[in-house]
Design a protein. Sequence first.
Length: 98
Amino acid sequence: MSGGGAAEIERALTRIRERRRIAVRLPHWSVAPQLIAGTDLILTVASRVLRRIDTANLVVVPPPFELPGITFDLVWHQRTLGDPALDWLRGQVQIAAA
């Protein structure tokens, strides 16, 4: 629903009295690895993302400070409670996200 992950990074940097200079903002992270390859830019992504991208031209390192996990919320309108198809779909989303 929103790019909430950036807020966690900003809070972590604030705790260690650092800040980042954002060079590029993208609507989706999937093109970022190709964009930063061969530059001195840094891309911050969830570790599970690394399993899905080609990191051959990148140096992958853990962050130099602790970052909290990212929480996902599943939200629906109460009028859909009890709808068998939507109950099934919500269950599938929960399984996939687990």
